[in-house]
Structure formats: structure tokens, C-alpha cells
Design a protein around this ligand. Sequence first.
Ligand SMILES: Nc1ncnc2c1ncn2[C@@H]1O[C@H](COP(=O)(O)OP(=O)(O)O)[C@@H](O)[C@H]1O
Ligand SMILES: [Mg+2]
Length: 319
Amino acid sequence: METVLRVNELTKRYRRRRAEPVVAVDHVSLSVRKNEVVGLLGPNGAGKTTTIKCIAGLIKPTSGEIWLDGIEAQRQPKKAMERVAALLEGNRNIYWRLTPRENLEFFAGLQGHPVRKVRGYIDELIELFGLKDKEGTSARMLSRGMQQKLALACALIRQTEILLLDEPTLGLDVETSYELRNVLKQMAARGERTILLSSHDMHVVQDTCERVIIINNGRVVVDDRVTNLMKLFQVSAYRFELEGHLVTELELKLKERFPLLAFSSTDHRTYIDADLVEGSELYEVLDILKAGNTQVKSIGHKEPNLEEIFLAIVKGQIK
Ligand SMILES: Nc1ncnc2c1ncn2[C@@H]1O[C@H](COP(=O)(O)OP(=O)(O)O)[C@@H](O)[C@H]1O
Ligand SMILES: [Mg+2]
């Protein structure tokens, strides 16, 4: 598949008054193929927003190249910007005095789409985002969640080749966040949009993206399919099920040797979760348990969870 978005060695250094400059993005390279939905995941301060703002042409990179649909952004900024729509973190970039429909018509017009040609798509978006009841209400009267949905709809109506979404569910209530994720999932499943979506919430990424790029301290640390990451993790995540309770002495001994073990128990069972234990260490855990006269009922693979994988990668526990 054709690559629609390519970032080569992007670096952004912010100058600060009376302080050292901050390197927010440090030689980041990435690419997104046509109709692919890619997650940009990273803790706060990792450089996600800066990366997206550079791609969207809102701030100037210190160095590096950005290609949007075959156009180099630095050389042909105006043409490049026609290829991309962005929804930025916390920025509900809509017109407060206009109704949802008027906003959608306005943003379609900005892109040069005549209203009569996009009417069908506007109806579809109003339906999809549950804005039907609010069609005649000015945007400022809408709830925060509704405004966020409208802002996303306004980015969509432009029908650009590339869509950038920075923390699209940040600050939304659980229900709205869930609804928005569903819309994104549907868009991803239909495979008709090229999307780079940033989030520090793994659920959003796990739900909607095929591939994830994890950044930390301005650098790419992982770029892989979500399913591959899950598989990689599954081979090293075990759960021991033990009969009865563990004596304190034994628990301390295990904790000292393997600080990453997590212990939990019910009335008659103890569970030890070993997320990042190598095969040989597995035997060592078993030996310690055996020496302490503990019955191991079973050892199973643990269901991997993107959140644990993410934390482990960011902490440098797995590569
Ligand atoms: N305008 C700015 N001036 C100076 N430093 C900034 C500015 N914007 C962001 N930073 C710094 O750049 C780093 C990356 O920030 P950001 O791109 O917002 O990360 P993220 O979106 O992943 O939370 C952080 O250390 C942040 O403090
Ligand atoms: Mg951010």
C-alpha cells in the first residue's frame, strides 16, 4: 500500500527564556500507509502533541522532513495543508454561534466542497455522532462531549487524505469517550481514512488502531502491530496459581529476587503474576516455591494487556 504520511528525522527544539531549550521531538521517523489507523502512544510530555502540530503545519520543525500525500510540507506548505485535517488536544475548533449543521457546512466550504455535494455526508455525520436532536442548537450551548464530537465531525467533513487526532477522548466522560471510540472503530473498520491518533490512553489505541508507535522522551521506542506486541508479551507473562496462602517469609524471598512479581489471593488460592520473567527464571520461581513446600496448582499464560506492555516498554523493561 502506498505511504500517505511520512516523517523523516523530525526534531523540534523549543527555545525557552532563561532556561535550556527543550528537545520535545528527537529524530522521529514514521510512516502511515493509505487507510491505515496508527496510534501514537506515550506518557505525558513524550512529544505527541508537538509531533502532530508539526505534521499539521502549526509549528515549524527544527529539522526533518514531512511528506503529506507526496508533497513536502516545508516546500509547498499551502498544498500540503490541503491534505490534512487535525483535531488538536483540548481545542474544540468550532464556531460557537453556528449550529452543528452550519459548522459542518462551513468547514466543508473551507475545503472547497459545495454544500449540495456534501449534504449526504453531513446528514451521515450528524447521525453518527448523535447530533440529530441538537441540529438547531448553537455550538456554545452543547455539552463538552457534544462539542468534541462536533469538532471531530468538522475535521472529517473536510475529507482530507490525512486525519490527525490529538488525544480525541481526553477529558470526556466515560460514556462519550466510549461513543467516540466506537465511531473511530467504525471508521477504522471501513478502512477509508488514513489516521494518526495520539493518546496516552492505551484503551483508545487498543480499540481503534492496527499499529502503534510508542514514543518516550521525544523518541520512537516501538513501532509494531498491536497484535504483535500482544504476542510478544504473552510469551513472557505467566500466572501461577497456588493452593492456599503463601507464608510471608516465602513471599518476601520471592519479592526480593523478583521485584516485578505481583501477589494476590482469594480465600483458598494465591496468584502470582509474573509479567516479565524469562523462561529460566520461571524454574527458579518454581524451585523457591517447592523448597517452601507450596503446591503449585497451575501455571498459565496471562492475557496480555496493552497498558502493561506500554508501561514495561517505557520503563525499559522490555525492548
Ligand atoms: N511551547 C512550548 N515551549 C516549551 N516547551 C514545550 C512547549 N510545548 C511543549 N513543550 C515541552 O515539550 C515536551 C513534549 O511536549 P508535548 O509534545 O506536549 O508532549 P505530549 O503531547 O506527549 O504530552 C514536554 O517536555 C513539554 O513540556
Ligand atoms: Mg499532548
